[in-house]
Design a protein around this ligand. Sequence first.
Ligand SMILES: [Zn+2]
Length: 59
Amino acid sequence: MGALPKRKISKGRKNRRRLADKLTVTSLSKCPKCGARKRAHFECPSCGYYKEEIKKETK
Ligand SMILES: [Zn+2]
């Protein structure tokens, strides 16, 4: 048998953990076309615009 957690994580605890992920949306940027808030590296939810400036990344 491999390593197992001693106790089952309760529904409430499990939900709380996932809720924290939902609440903090990382890297929110603004759409240059319509000005709506959108996630960086994702297309705009309202107008579907997508264009990221491709910068030469070192390393
Ligand atoms: Zn947009």
